[in-house]
Design a protein around this ligand. Sequence first.
Ligand SMILES: Cc1cc2nc3c(=O)[nH]c(=O)nc-3n(C[C@H](O)[C@H](O)[C@H](O)COP(=O)(O)O)c2cc1C
Length: 158
Amino acid sequence: MSKTLLIIAHTPSPNTAALAKAGIAACRDYNDDDDNGDVETRCLSPFDVTSTDIATADGVVLGTTENIGYMAGATKDMFDRCYNDWLDFTNGKPVAIYIRAGLDGTATKRALTSISSALGWRLVAEPLILHGDWNDAFCQDVANLCLGMAAGLDAGIF
Ligand SMILES: Cc1cc2nc3c(=O)[nH]c(=O)nc-3n(C[C@H](O)[C@H](O)[C@H](O)COP(=O)(O)O)c2cc1C
């Protein structure tokens, strides 16, 4: 059965856009391989996410920056608008998180872990913090995270 994977990516800079692009490409390559099942990947800015986008996705990868000691305002805006709709209706949703943090990232990780827990989301991996000066290897880290979600959904593990 076909699965849908939603990547929610806040991309305020070329580096964060490259992270999202790497994640999408990994999932689309997975889908294009005839040996694998169908996993349709869509990517949205958190500003464009509505409550039904997560409710109808089989799995979600959430990518945000850390700004001023918290998740990006764009990501926070999404939760402000959708949290109540998701409460009790998205229990058990498989979710993976990556955080691009120039300095730290721990406050954003703590907040997103707490929100995920309150919503009953299932974090399929420890939130990935891409921390410090930019490193091209971050793109592969995000690709691996997204690929793992796609393969896990396809295999029925998540
Ligand atoms: C206004 C502003 C506030 C920021 N605050 C934090 C912060 O509190 N913690 C942190 O780790 N990085 C912080 N950063 C760095 C961003 O996380 C980083 O620039 C962003 O993830 C984009 O990554 P890039 O610079 O590699 O494109 C801040 C950046 C800006 C512009």
